[in-house]
Design a protein around this ligand. Structure first.
Ligand SMILES: [Zn+2]
Length: 68
């Protein structure tokens, strides 16, 4: 579990305004760009390269079977 104090100091590295992130499911979602940062072993991975862009998750699932 992520503790609230840690969550409150985290900010999206992709946004210049360093907006806060909120807990959503198994990840942290930027309140501005909507990127989803994964939580691995209880540690938030606040890296742009690791973030999932909004809509990318479903797109990935759609194309996984048909990459011809
Ligand atoms: Zn952001």
């Amino acid at each position: 579990m992520i503790d609230e104090k840690l969550l409150s100091i985290l900010a999206c590295p992709a946004c210049d305004s360093r907006p806060p992130v909120r807990r959503e499911g198994s990840g942290l979602v930027c309140t501005e760009c909507g990127r989803i940062y994964p939580i691995r072993d209880g540690i938030p991975v606040m890296m742009v390269d690791e973030a999932i862009l909004p809509g990318e998750e479903s797109r990935r699932a759609d194309t996984s079977d048909s990459r011809a």
